[in-house]
Ligand binder design. Structure first.
Ligand SMILES: Cc1cc2nc3c(=O)[nH]c(=O)nc-3n(C[C@H](O)[C@H](O)[C@H](O)COP(=O)(O)O)c2cc1C
Length: 151
């Protein structure tokens, strides 16, 4: 379900923009920087202070998440069904060690793991790739742009 390159993208750029559905049926998008790949068909993030996302997922499990490599300008779109493993549950206890290993003390603030069973995943590229730009040229261009912002 998740290819090796998809898994590598999430591991390198674990900031996912999570789209959920509000009680009014509207979209809500919010960033989560604690994403991990659990296996070929499961990803998850830690809830630290995301009451809106948690409430939305509790009502409607359908989510979509975008991950972007801002240097290559390539990304991943993941669709799936989310479930909540709350602190105190067996699943939380079984998995939280993965977050502790990657985020150390921050993992102590995680009160729930939001686990997403992946239903579909597709890779995305920025349109200049259609015109033949190479990854190397794209990375060089964005290194330069980001250096202008934060010299
Ligand atoms: C870059 C970035 C990464 C974040 N990562 C997380 C995260 O992993 N877990 C979390 O609970 N909140 C995280 N947050 C904070 C939430 O996105 C923020 O509290 C937001 O207002 C929650 O909105 P929601 O309740 O609608 O999800 C992050 C925020 C930013 C800007």
């Amino acid at each position: 379900m998740l290819t090796d390159s998809a898994k590598a993208l999430i591991a390198t750029f674990p900031l996912g923009f999570v789209a959920t559905v509000t009680a009014e049926g509207r979209p809500a998008v919010s960033p989560k920087g604690t994403f991990l790949v659990l296996d070929d068909a499961t990803i998850g993030f830690g809830n630290i202070r995301s009451p809106g996302t948690l409430a939305n997922v509790g009502r409607t499990p359908h989510v979509e998440v975008n991950f972007i490599d801002q240097w290559k300008r390539k990304g991943l779109r993941v669709r799936g069904a989310a479930r909540i493993a709350a602190k105190g549950s067996g699943e939380f206890a079984a998995q939280i060690g993965l977050w502790q290993a990657k985020w150390g003390d921050l993992a102590g603030r995680i009160t729930d793991l939001v686990l997403i069973d992946v239903e579909a995943a597709s890779e995305m590229t920025t349109p200049p790739y259609d015109d033949g730009i190479t990854e190397e040229a794209m990375i060089a261009a964005y290194k330069s742009k980001f250096a202008e912002i934060y010299p």
